[in-house]
Design a binder for this molecule. Structure first.
Ligand SMILES: NC(=O)c1ccc[n+]([C@@H]2O[C@H](COP(=O)([O-])OP(=O)(O)OC[C@H]3O[C@@H](n4cnc5c(N)ncnc54)[C@H](OP(=O)(O)O)[C@@H]3O)[C@@H](O)[C@H]2O)c1
Length: 283
């Protein structure tokens, strides 16, 4: 089987590409930078250079002979890229598109509406699909590393609200199983970590992992927005993040599912383990 991975230099796509390689496949990757792809995968992948903002003939070329796609796109206009890839895939006779989506499609919170539009575009294309509706990623916690390193503090507007962050490896395992087994065609898979935790509880877990206490400090939505604008700029993405944190605070994002167990046959990885694996980022 021939697989093509979009977002292969990113958090989830790189893990899916590596899992495919480990299973004996030779995936193709559609990347903006051959150098980054080579640094990650050496000569174990076929590299197609292109930019989904303006793919030109690179997209159709990359799709020749492909059976299954992992599609990772981002941004408030991601529907455009999901539409372009899925219609081109349908035209090229690709069997299956696995889209990395979000659990927030179900609640229309944060980036949920962006991904809902992307999912609709893929349905319209007629290609067989699986949507991976993932909860917030544990790796989002890396954005707390600077304040934890410098001050031993995690600041957030999430109050005592909880969310069941999921380990990126669990997302990759579910996405790879969807691609390789085709058992989940036509489904939207809701996957979360094993338990909903407050940001205060995650601060304690990181403190345990680094052997130093980490304090949780509540900030307002306005403060959270101002801090986010510093690195993300004003606009839809900063608005979406503040929306997500507010929803966490109001206990609208504390869903826990057994999706990872159902699909992989094992329990999802707990936040404690993620914190130990990533302790050096907080020290
Ligand atoms: N973080 C969360 O809590 C969360 C939860 C649920 C769902 N999601 C969804 O997960 C997705 C992000 O996944 P991720 O964390 O794996 O992403 P990531 O690490 O930010 O990687 C993004 C990938 O997309 C590639 N890319 C970006 N623009 C491109 C373009 N125009 N043409 C070709 N490739 C392009 C990047 O390539 P370069 O290396 O060239 O930049 C990179 O490989 C988003 O759709 C997000 O909404 C996130």
């Amino acid at each position: 089987m021939k697989y093509l991975v979009f977002g292969a230099t990113g958090n989830i796509g790189s893990r899916v590409a590596q899992r495919l390689i480990d299973s004996g496949a030779r995936p193709s990757v559609f990347v903006r930078s051959a150098k980054r792809a080579k640094a990650l995968f050496g000569d174990q992948v076929d590299i197609h250079i292109g930019d989904l903002e303006n793919p030109g003939p690179s997209l159709a070329k990359a799709l020749v002979g492909v059976d299954g796609i992992l599609l990772v796109t981002d941004g408030s206009d991601l529907e455009k890229r999901d539409r372009a890839v899925s219609f081109a895939a349908s035209h090229a006779g690709v069997g299956h598109v696995v889209k990395l989506s979000t659990l927030d499609v179900r609640t229309a919170i944060g980036t949920g509406p962006w991904h809902a539009q992307g999912e609709d575009a893929i349905r319209e294309s007629g290609v067989a699909f699986t949507f991976i509706q993932a909860a917030g990623f544990m790796s989002n916690a890396l954005s707390w590393s600077e304040s934890i390193r410098r001050e031993g503090v995690l600041r957030s507007s999430t109050g005592g609200g909880k969310i069941a962050f999921i380990h990126p490896d669990d997302i990759a395992a579910v996405a790879t199983a969807s691609l390789t087994t085709r058992d989940y065609d036509g489904q939207a898979l809701a996957i979360t970590g094993p338990e909903a935790l407050s940001y205060g509880e995650m601060a304690v877990a990181i403190g345990r992992a680094i052997g130093k206490p980490v304090r949780f400090e509540e900030i307002t939505d306005g403060q959270a927005y101002a801090r986010t604008v510093e690195w993300a700029g004003k606009g839809a993405y900063a608005d979406a993040l503040v929306d997500i944190w507010r929803a966490v605070r109001e206990s609208r994002l504390d869903t826990v599912t057994d999706g990872v167990k159902q699909i992989t046959g094992r329990e999802p990885i707990p936040f404690d383990q993620w914190a130990v694996e990533n302790a050096s980022s907080f020290q």
